[in-house]
Design a binder for this molecule. Sequence first.
Ligand SMILES: Cc1cc2nc3c(=O)[nH]c(=O)nc-3n(C[C@H](O)[C@H](O)[C@H](O)COP(=O)(O)OP(=O)(O)OC[C@H]3O[C@@H](n4cnc5c(N)ncnc54)[C@H](O)[C@@H]3O)c2cc1C
Length: 390
Amino acid sequence: MTYLPSADHDDLRSVVRELAEERIVPRAAEIDQRAEFPWDLKELLAGQDLLGTCFEERHGGTALDGVAQCIVVEEIARADATTSLIPIVQKLGSLPILLAGNDEQKDRYFPRLASGEWLIAFGLTEAAAGSDVSANRMRAKRDGDSYLLRGSKRFITHGSVANVLTVFALTDPDAGGRKGMSAFIVETDTPGFSSPRLEHKMGIRGSPTAELNFDDVRVPAANRLGDEGDGFKIAMATLDRSRLGIAAQAVGIAQGALDAAVAYAAERAQFGQRVVDFQGIQFMLADMASGTEAARQLTYAAAARVDANATDLPYWTSSAKLVAGDTAMRVTTDAVQVLGGYGYINEYPVERMMRDAKITQLYEGTQQIQRLVIARQVLQRAGVAKRASS
Ligand SMILES: Cc1cc2nc3c(=O)[nH]c(=O)nc-3n(C[C@H](O)[C@H](O)[C@H](O)COP(=O)(O)OP(=O)(O)OC[C@H]3O[C@@H](n4cnc5c(N)ncnc54)[C@H](O)[C@@H]3O)c2cc1C
């Protein structure tokens, strides 16, 4: 299973980096300050075919391999974490359809998602059901050839700007979240759907995080993904793969902070010498660089496992997200330290990067949940996993 980037991957990185430096870096501080979704950059990414990387060519996508998809996210996140969520969530929302959709559903939605004409969001979390997905309460009641969706979702990235959602709701409340939940494709112009509120956040401030309300939203039965009761399985299979995007985002944020720290330290002088020439600073830069590289290589190794549909892919993607998220938090915090007081003010980008990094330890499963996934696989491999009680 090879995962070392090829010359094609290097070329892709150069192209995306140039685009990001020219067009995204100059917008990043403003997006953060105004907390506005960057529609202009969504158009830019769509125009460059960077929102269709996970879709097949027959649907208008570019069908990039996993490492290439990570490189795209990484290079955008190096410039601006908010903007990197546009391709990340385009894939996150589409994964339930990629994994469990039929041809009719794929043919109907993927061309508009691959071109970036439409945005999609992934609606799983509820106010009382975060880490414990099985505690979901939203209902989907069968009514003839359709379902009526009633309930609400919380913390849904792009929920207020998406044209379509993949949403999880209970079709059999008595069976509970694990066995009684089903997945649906919901168009957001359906009567009864609303997005009443956005969160005020510490970081990724231009990315709208929405509360969603469903007041008897009528969804055709043809929009159900898989069978009734498949929802939990589809949600878990989605997150097992989508975590890779967050790992790549974290690597990109860390790289952006490292590069900003090196550039600043090479310019700033104290005690009659450049800050970058103090060995104490060089040791910090060395730790930041080696940690970022380790996270990057683990992320690519996980990407290869996802491409191969390896049975132990959750071990790899959770490990990548855990290591990369913690690395991004540490590296961005150290970048603020390297810049001294200037790191703490918004004249430089590292304070924004530090605020942005935090979310990579929280969403698509907190770091504690990644450890649960990894530990489960470790115990299984060792043959010492607890048996399910009958
Ligand atoms: C900005 C943002 C964007 C998001 N985007 C989306 C989205 O697009 N779609 C979506 O569906 N959701 C989204 N989420 C939801 C996100 O995935 C959840 O916030 C996350 O899974 C954690 O759930 P929670 O916030 O309810 O925390 P809780 O589950 O309440 O956790 C609280 C604390 O308890 C710990 N904990 C919980 N269970 C355990 C355990 N078994 N063992 C040890 N520790 C545990 C957690 O690690 C955490 O430290 C988003 C969240 C945010 C903040």
